[in-house]
Design a protein around this ligand. Structure first.
Ligand SMILES: Cc1cc2nc3c(=O)[nH]c(=O)nc-3n(C[C@H](O)[C@H](O)[C@H](O)COP(=O)(O)OP(=O)(O)OC[C@H]3O[C@@H](n4cnc5c(N)ncnc54)[C@H](O)[C@@H]3O)c2cc1C
Length: 574
C-alpha cells in the first residue's frame, strides 16, 4: 500500500502541528535564483518597451506578437522538464516568475496559468512517455498553447455532473460529444485537457465515471465559439468549445479511464498556487503606485500619507500581501517536496490571496480618490481584473467547504472507526486502545512550537492554544453531526476560516523567525509589526469563529433567505 502523504493542514485538524514542514522558512535555490532573475529582468524590460496593459484592456487583446515573444523568453516552458525543451523550474521559482508577470498586467498570468498551471499540468502529472514526447516540446516554446476544459453550461462548481461524453468504439478509439464553456486560452490553444463521462465497469456493473482526454485543436468535429465579453482580464481568450463526434485515438486518455475527477482535482491544486502567486505580484505593483500617490497628493496642507485613515489602509494592504506571500512560498516549497500533500494549503492560498487581491484593489482605489475611478489609471482595471480570482479554479465558497471537509476527513474516518470498534469491541480492541492513547495524550499535551524565535513566543502561544481548541471543536462537530455535517455549510465555513488563519500565522511566524535569525530583531522590526498586527487579529477571529460554532444566528439566516427567495423579491412593508 502506498504510504499516506504528510499534510500540514490535515494534521492540524487532528491537533498536530508538523513543525518540520514549516521551519526553516524556505528560500529559493541559488542556481534557480539566477535563472529567475534573468527571466524577470527580461520580462520587465520587454514590458516597459512593448506592453501597455491599459491598451490590452481597452482592445481586449494582446498587442501582436506578445505570445510569440513570451514563448521566445521561455515563459511557456517554465515547469516543463529540460529533456522536453522546457526550463524545468521548481514550483517555487515558477511562483516567483508568475509574480513578475502579474505585476505587468492582470491578463498575462491568466493566459500563462491557463497554459502551464492547468492546461498542460495533467500531461506533466499523468502523461505517458509517448504523450510527453509528442506534445511537450511544442508546449514548451509556446508554438502550441494549452487549455483546461472542465466547465459546462450545466456544470460549474459541481464538476462531477458534466455531460460531455466519450464512448469507446470497437476499434479502441473514442467518440467525443458535448460542450464546454468559458475555456481560458480556448480561442488559440492547440492542446486541450478535456474531461468527459465514460462508461466504466465496476464490480460487474457499468457506471459513468469521468476520464481526462488529450484533444488536439485541429481534430474534425471540434469547433470553438466566439470570445466572451468580460468584466476584466479582457485580453485573455475565453470561449466555448463544441465536440461533435470528435474521434480520439486510443492513446488520448490521460491517466486511467474513470479516474479523471482525481486528475482534475490534482491539476487544480497547482493551478490555485500559481493563481495566488499572481495576485501577490499584482498587489505589490499596485502598492508601489499607491504609496507614491500618498506622498505626492496634498490635502489640508499635508501629504495624505500623514492621515491615520490612509496609514491604516497602507498598513492593511502591506500585512495582507506579506501574509499571502508567506503562505504562497511555504506552499510552493511543500509542492516541491516529495511525499507531501499540499491540496489544503493551495486551496487556502487561493482563498486568502484572492480575497487579499480584492481588498487591496478596493483600498487602493479608495486611497486614490476620484482618480482611482478614472480610466487611464490602472486602479479600476485592477479592481475588474482581480474579481475573477474569487470565482475560477474553484469558487471561494466551494474551496472553504473543501478545506473544512478534507481537513475533517481524517478525524472523521477515525471517529467512524471508533463507532465500528464500539459495535464490535473485540475486533476493534486495537483501535480502541489506540484511540484511548491518543485521547490520553490529548488530555495532557497541547501542540508545541519549539522553532519559533523567542521574541515571537506570544503569537506561537496563541496558535498552539487555539489549534487545540479547534481540534476538539472539530471532533465534537463530527460526533454530533456525522455525515449531516456536509449540509452545515456555515459551520464548515467557520472551521475553514480558522484553518486559513492558522496557516497564515504559521507562515508568518516561520518567515519572521528566519528573518530575525538572519538580521536580528532591530532590523526585522517592520516584519515584527506585521506579525503582531496579523496574529493579534487572527487569534481573535479564530476565537470568534469557534464561539460561533455553538452560538450563532444560522437558523434565522436560513429562514430569512428562504423567505426572500420564496417571494422572489424584497417584500417588507415600509
Ligand atoms: C473568465 C473565466 C475563465 C474561466 N476559465 C475556465 C477554464 O479555463 N476552464 C474551465 O474548465 N473553467 C473555466 N471557468 C469556469 C469557472 O471555473 C467556473 O465559473 C467556476 O467553477 C464556478 O462555476 P459557475 O460559474 O458555474 O458557478 P456555480 O457553480 O453555478 O455557482 C454559483 C454560486 O453558487 C455557489 N455554490 C455552488 N455550489 C455551492 C455549494 N454546494 N455550497 C455553497 N455555495 C455553492 C458558488 O460558490 C457561486 O457563488 C472560467 C470562468 C470564467 C468566468
Amino acid at each position: 500500500m502506498a504510504e499516506a502523504k504528510q499534510s500540514l493542514m490535515k494534521s492540524m485538524f487532528r491537533g498536530d502541528i508538523l513543525e518540520g514542514l514549516v521551519f526553516p522558512y524556505p528560500t529559493l535555490d541559488a542556481d534557480e535564483a539566477d535563472m529567475v532573475k534573468i527571466i524577470e529582468d527580461n520580462l520587465l524590460k520587454w514590458a516597459r518597451d512593448n506592453f501597455d496593459a491599459g491598451q490590452a484592456d481597452t482592445e481586449a487583446k494582446y498587442p501582436d506578437g506578445t505570445l510569440e515573444t513570451l514563448g521566445e523568453m521561455g515563459i511557456f516552458g517554465l515547469i516543463i522538464p529540460e529533456e522536453y525543451g522546457g526550463l524545468g523550474l521548481s514550483q517555487t521559482a515558477y511562483a516567483r516568475i508568475f509574480e513578475s508577470i502579474a505585476a505587468i498586467d492582470g491578463s498575462l498570468p491568466v493566459t500563462l496559468g491557463g497554459h502551464s498551471s492547468i492546461g498542460m499540468k495533467g500531461l506533466l502529472l499523468y502523461g505517458t512517455e509517448e504523450q510527453k514526447k509528442k506534445y511537450l516540446p511544442d508546449l514548451a516554446t509556446g508554438k502550441k498553447l494549452a487549455s483546461f476544459a472542465l466547465t459546462e453550461p450545466g456544470s460549474g462548481s459541481d464538476a462531477a455532473s458534466i455531460q460531455t461524453r466519450a464512448v469507446r468504439q470497437d476499434d479502441g478509439t473514442w467518440l467525443l460529444n458535448g460542450q464546454k464553456i468559458w475555456i481560458t486560452n480556448g480561442g488559440y490553444a492547440q492542446f486541450f485537457t478535456v474531461f468527459a463521462k465514460t462508461a466504466v465497469e465496476i464490480n460487474g456493473e457499468m457506471k459513468d465515471k469521468i476520464t481526462a482526454f488529450i484533444v488536439d485543436g485541429d481534430l474534425p468535429g471540434f469547433t470553438r465559439g466566439p470570445e466572451e465579453h468580460k468584466m476584466g482580464i479582457k485580453a485573455t481568450s475565453t470561449v466555448p468549445l463544441y465536440f461533435d463526434n470528435v474521434v480520439l485515438s486510443p492513446d488520448s486518455v490521460l491517466g486511467e479511464v474513470g479516474k479523471g475527477f482525481g486528475v482534475a482535482m490534482h491539476i487544480l491544486n497547482s493551478g490555485r498556487l500559481g493563481l495566488s502567486a499572481g495576485v501577490v505580484g499584482g498587489a505589490k505593483a499596485i502598492l508601489e503606485k499607491v504609496v507614491k500617490h500618498t506622498r505626492e497628493r496634498h490635502q489640508f496642507g499635508r501629504p495624505i500619507e500623514d492621515f491615520e485613515l490612509i496609514k491604516e489602509k497602507v498598513s492593511r494592504i502591506t500585512v495582507d500581501i506579506y501574509v499571502a506571500e508567506s503562505m504562497v512560498y511555504l506552499t510552493a516549497a511543500l509542492a516541491d517536496r516529495e511525499g507531501v500533500d499540499f491540496s489544503l494549503e493551495s486551496a487556502i492560498c487561493k482563498v486568502r490571496a484572492s480575497e487579499m487581491g480584492w481588498g487591496m484593489a478596493d483600498d487602493s482605489l479608495q486611497i486614490m480618490g476620484g482618480l482611482g475611478y478614472m480610466k487611464g489609471y490602472p486602479f479600476e482595471r485592477v479592481l475588474r481584473d482581480t474579481r475573477i480570482n474569487l470565482i475560477f479554479e474553484g469558487t471561494n465558497e466551494i474551496l472553504r467547504l473543501f478545506i473544512a471537509l478534507a481537513g475533517m476527513e481524517a478525524p472523521g474516518e477515525y471517529l467512524k472507526q471508533l463507532g465500528q470498534a464500539l459495535q464490535g469491541p473485540i475486533r476493534g480492541f486495537g483501535f480502541l486502545a489506540d484511540y484511548a492513547f491518543t485521547r490520553a495524550k490529548e488530555a495532557v499535551t497541547t501542540p508545541r512550537l519549539v522553532k519559533v524565535h523567542p521574541s515571537l513566543e506570544r503569537y506561537a502561544g496563541y496558535l498552539t492554544k487555539y489549534v487545540e481548541k479547534f481540534h476538539k471543536s472539530v471532533d465534537s462537530a463530527i460526533m454530533k453531526f456525522g455525515k449531516r455535517i456536509i449540509d452545515r455549510e456555515l459551520m464548515l465555513q467557520r472551521f475553514a476560516d480558522c484553518a486559513i488563519d492558522f496557516y497564515g500565522m504559521l507562515a508568518v511566524l516561520s518567515r519572521a523567525t528566519s528573518r530575525i535569525e538572519a538580521v536580528g530583531e532591530e532590523a526585522a522590526k517592520p516584519e515584527l509589526d506585521i506579525v503582531r498586527i496579523y496574529c493579534e487579529g487572527a487569534w481573535r477571529r479564530v476565537r470568534r469563529n469557534l464561539r460561533q460554532i455553538r452560538r450563532h444566528e444560522d437558523r434565522p439566516v436560513r429562514r430569512l433567505a428562504a423567505y426572500v427567495t420564496q417571494r422572489q423579491k424584497y417584500d417588507f412593508p415600509t
